[in-house]
Design a protein around this ligand. Structure first.
Ligand SMILES: *Cc1c(COP(=O)(O)O)cnc(C)c1O
Length: 400
């Protein structure tokens, strides 16, 4: 197992951290890798394959259409490009120069995040809206959707919403405001799976475009994502992504993603031309998505695995207490270190594990509280023992 990385002399990481991009995403199920290998054995028109994927995405999300993108980040850029250009070919040719095009995307101040610059790559400009006392801990009031109405001008192109579990601003209410001005709402839901229901939720609540990461919990190839929503907008995104080196008269693409009749001629290669998705990845994502939708048992398996790990870790010298978190979409195991009896800090211990032999990556989100988190989603069979033993060894050598 893992011999290609041994051959390349790249150390393997036992991934108890979750679905981080820097860890290359979760290991792919065999059925995904096998299908990807098969997909590499022939040529197809990528447009035809994307159209099939669009039909599948439509079925599982309830959206009018869907596009496989090269990750959620690329999905954000294409979503912005779609809202700026719509099906106007001249505007597609102009982007990312957005002069003369309504290019402002409204965003709640508390939704600003390090991924949102992907929107600006398309030529969009982010306009911060509102003050969030609740998020800042300064009061009880969050951002109310009505405040967005004050920021709408004739330069506004879209409204952005960051989906997250603890969010208090109602997407439905924000969509109602957007509708009054005919503005599309883009939802970044990259990491909002599981629960599976979220595949449909944001579309059902009225979002015009929703972005998911394909390489996180869906378990698709690391380089994939999904952009789903209104047909015209998804079509605009698709047109700005694919290879268009075809004469207009000779172009006969499938029409859900490529509504030729609605276009005034052929755009140039769009700003998403560099976000190429290979046919192997498109097929891999489709298979993973089908499995993700069908998987019932996975949650119970993960809980069982964590209970087993908890029983082994509990009582280790250097561990204060362990806690199984079951009310999260993915079950987690929190391991609180007993800092009083350790001579090294939690960060030193986690770093030493991350670069140890074997390399073991924990989720470090609560490390500032001395808590190592096991997220089981990317663990392979047998990894649980490696994690437990690695931690035991590390703690034994760190005792005062
Ligand atoms: C992970 C993430 C992304 C980027 O997803 P990729 O598929 O790696 O491009 C964007 N937005 C949010 C909120 C994320 O968590």
């Amino acid at each position: 197992m893992g011999c290609i990385y041994e051959e390349l002399n790249v150390p393997i990481v036992v991934n108890a951290a979750g679905t981080a991009t820097r860890l290359g995403g979760p290991p792919l199920a065999e059925v995904v890798t096998e299908t990807m290998a098969k997909a590499g054995k022939a040529s197809v028109y990528v447009e035809d394959l994307l159209e099939r994927a669009a039909q599948l995405i439509r079925k599982v999300t309830g959206a009018e259409s869907g596009l496989v993108t090269s990750g959620a980040s690329a999905g954000l850029t294409l979503a912005a490009a779609a809202c700026l250009a719509r099906l106007d070919v001249a505007k597609m040719r102009q982007l990312p120069d957005s002069q003369g095009i309504p290019n402002e995307i409204l965003i709640a101040r508390s939704h600003r995040n390090a991924y949102d610059r992907a929107l600006t790559l398309a030529g969009a400009k982010l306009i911060d809206v509102g003050v969030d006392d609740w998020a800042a801990g300064a009061g009880v009031r969050g951002i109310e959707p009505e405040i967005f109405a004050e920021a709408v001008t004739d330069r506004t192109a879209a409204i952005f919403y960051l989906a997250r579990r603890e969010e208090r601003m109602s997407l439905k209410a924000l969509v109602a405001v957007a509708r009054r001005y005919g503005l599309p709402v883009i939802v970044d839901a990259a990491a909002q799976l599981p629960p599976r229901e979220n595949l449909r939720r944001f579309i059902a609540e009225g979002a015009d475009l929703v972005i998911f990461s394909g390489g996180k919990a869906i378990g698709g190839p690391q380089g994939t994502g999904i952009l789903c929503g209104k047909r015209e907008l998804v079509a605009s995104a698709a047109l700005q992504m694919v290879d268009l080196d075809v004469p207009w008269e000779a172009w006969n693409p499938p029409r859900l993603l490529f509504p030729k009749e609605a276009l005034q001629g052929m755009p140039y290669h769009g700003i998403g031309r560099g976000f190429k998705v290979s046919k192997e990845e498109i097929v891999g994502l489709m298979v993973a998505l089908r499995h993700f939708v069908d998987a019932e048992k996975r949650h119970d398996q993960m809980v069982g695995l964590l209970r087993h790990m908890a029983s082994k870790v509990e009582g280790l010298a250097g561990v204060d207490k362990v806690r199984l978190v079951l009310d999260a979409p993915t079950p987690l195991l929190q391991i609180k270190l007993d800092e009083a009896c350790l001579k090294r800090s939690p960060w030193e211990i986690s770093t030493s594990l991350r670069y140890g032999n074997p390399r073991i990556a924990f989720n470090e989100q609560l490390l500032h509280q001395g808590i190592l988190i096991v997220n089981p989603i990317s663990l392979r069979a047998g990894d649980e023992e490696v994690v437990v033993q690695g931690l035991a060894k590390e703690l034994a050598s760190s005792l005062r």
